[in-house]
Design a protein around this ligand. Sequence first.
Ligand code: TLP
Length: 348
Amino acid sequence: MIDLRSDTVTKPTPAMRKAMMEADVGDDVYGEDPTVNRLEQKAAEVTGKEAALFLPTGTMGNTIAVKIHTEHGQEVICDARSHLLNYELAMMAWFSGCVARAIPAEDGILSWNQIEGQIRPLGPHWAPTGLIEIENTHNMAGGTVYSPSAICEICAGAHERGLKVHMDGARVFNASVATGVPVSDLVSATDTVMFCLSKGLGAPVGSLLAGTAEAMARGRLYRKRLGGGMRQAGVLAAAGLIALEQTPKRLAVDHANAKFLAEGLGRMRGIQADASKVVTNIVIFNVAATGLSSAEISGRLKRLGVLMNGINDREMRAVTHYDVDRAGCEKALLVMAEALSGSTAAGA
Ligand code: TLP
């Protein structure tokens, strides 16, 4: 199977498995797991933050960030297609008592201009703004990236208004490779950043939340409340350390493969894919003119050995990662052509 459903599907490399076998461990709830401590230290370094917290998932990282920065009854400003709002089971409402103030942003990238007009003070009717959240890269907009200056402008404006900014940087290492700007510079003005080890970086499990030491100390308690006290988690952190040290430098390969896929898809009748917008490892493309739904295409592809999901009835997503090489992408394109033969667009 060529699995392009997500970069979450990567399997740990032999080096990761070896490191997991040999990991020094202790009880992380007591702060005594040396490998987790090393990973948290390393994550703080790469993000340029005071401290970091190892978590089982990115969803938990975003959930804790919202909790740290807000009070019940506030609004969180985010993009309308954000993962935080659409794919996290309303955790910001469930755990933090907040609602989303969703702004539709072209390419998922918010500007300070858009945000400023949506900030609400405490009033007789409104839920006041508690937090601004930005997603970099933006998943459902097709792996789009913020320019460093746009991030700085948002953070400067927010801080002037007494508001915090959290970056969902699940794929911030992809953003760093695409912009050529180190992660620490991309996130320097944000108050917290969450990034995932288990996506393009290839670790089997794990995400990090980074910010001030005080925020991370509070985050540690929320992590325990959410059931994230993982005890001898060094076996997982060991793979995470390898991911952090070895994988960022090869993300450019995934980006080139994604562009290649988008170009190939864009040449097929009935598919709309804009390769010029693909700058990281995610391709979102429209299949409406094929006369087939995303689910129908998904089913046909699966029978032919390729996994790719729809994000709605008309749009599909392909995500490249280190378990699918260029030959795999070429094969996926051939299979897509075969899956579409017999569709309206193919003229049958
Ligand atoms: N994204 C997953 C799915 O949940 C959609 C994927 O396959 O892309 N932020 C962003 C931007 C994400 O893309 C994801 C996962 C998360 C947060 C949550 O991470 P996990 O899955 O570790 O909770």
